[in-house]
Ligand binder design. Structure first.
Ligand code: 8YV
Length: 331
């Protein structure tokens, strides 16, 4: 007798190869329209699926988890960050949670570097000049940005992505500084030529460029608070490819408006996809560069993420520990 395939509900459209493999292995319910699932549809999924595969756009909160049927045993998140899931509640209900670490590290670090360059060298502003037919020719004092070589980069969160950014930053001639919950090993520090600051406040006050690369957890919500943002140098820039909630966005907008900080490059927002009108105004005035959460948006990365989800489900269903379990100590 063949074993019954687990019912796997996938909330968004995934790359074709991933979906095809899922259909082969599981009783996969795919979202062909890619429209985010309404709450009622999510409730139904929680009550019927053996495995739920959500993304950053699904808020799997305690209320939803409270309605899960006893058959739901695994939430295999398509994504590295798990702040879209109330992991504590899931675990307390005996639901295992997995994520997709490692496979989006390089892509996200690339995008972080791209934002640093975009803000410092005014790339989005310059890229509009020719299509808008506004180029009157070269001038020695026009469209000047700032050199990044020799500047100090402060990385907030020296995990995989922070370290991948540090490697890139070294190649660009930046001085690497970092703050992390735990100091990284001397070998890594040496390899990255990175200077550790146990005081985030002190590091912030001295950096030319600050990059947010830590996960969003209750402990990092508004880590870059209004008070801390005020510590930044007036000519500093800040980039965020982690999660919008880590920066007090209202305070950041206020500082950009008042020219108390030189610029910002943001790939993530506090209430995405909603963007505050004041931030939008700053973007239009070229005071900030914004991207629509594209850090891991490569086809290779998204296929790798899908493969990780599949391995996690398959291992779990075969009765083993999935490789990417989210543990309470990570929160
Ligand atoms: C993903 C991300 O696109 O994986 C993450 O944590 O922020 C993104 O790069 C998204 O989470 C997919 O769910």
């Amino acid at each position: 007798m063949t074993k019954k395939k687990p019912l796997v509900v996938v909330t968004r459209k995934l790359p074709d190869v991933v979906e095809t493999r899922m259909r082969e292995l599981f009783d996969a319910r795919l979202n062909v329209t890619d429209k985010p699932m309404e709450r009622a549809a999510l409730v139904e999924a929680m009550q019927t699926a053996d495995v739920l595969v959500p993304t950053v756009t699904d808020n799997i909160d305690a209320g939803l988890l409270g309605q899960a049927g006893p058959q739901l045993k695994l939430i295999a998140n398509f994504g590295n960050g798990v702040d879209n899931i109330d992991v504590q509640t899931a675990l307390s209900r005996g639901i295992t949670v997995t994520n997709t670490p490692g496979v989006l590290t390089e892509d996200t670090a690339d995008m972080t570097m791209a934002l640093i360059l975009a803000v410092s060298r005014r790339i989005p502003e310059g890229a509009l000049v020719i299509p808008n037919e506004q180029w009157e020719g070269w001038s020695p004092t026009w469209m000047l940005g700032h050199r990044i070589t020799g500047k100090r980069l402060g990385i907030v969160g020296m995990g995989r992505i922070g370290q991948a950014l540090a490697r890139r930053a070294r190649a660009f001639g930046l001085q690497v500084h970092y703050h992390n919950r735990r100091r990284v090993s001397p070998a890594i520090e040496e390899q990255l030529e990175a200077t550790y600051w146990d005081s985030l406040d002190q590091m912030l006050a001295r950096m030319d460029i600050v990059s947010v690369n830590c996960p969003h957890t209750p402990a990092t919500y508004h880590l870059l608070s209004s008070r801390r943002l005020k510590l930044l140098k007036k000519d500093a820039i800040i980039v965020n490819t982690a999660r919008g909630d880590i920066i007090d966005e209202t305070a950041l907008v206020r500082m950009l408006e008042a020219n108390e900080i030189a610029g910002a490059g943001l790939d993530v927002f506090q209430h995405e996809p909603a963007i505050s009108p004041r931030l939008l105004k700053l973007v239009k005035a070229h005071r900030a560069v914004v991207l629509p959460h594209m850090g891991s948006a490569t086809i290779e990365g998204r296929i790798d993420m899908g493969e990780k989800v599949i391995v996690n489900i398959k291992t779990f269903m075969d009765g083993h520990r999935p490789p990417d379990r989210v543990l309470p100590s990570m929160l």
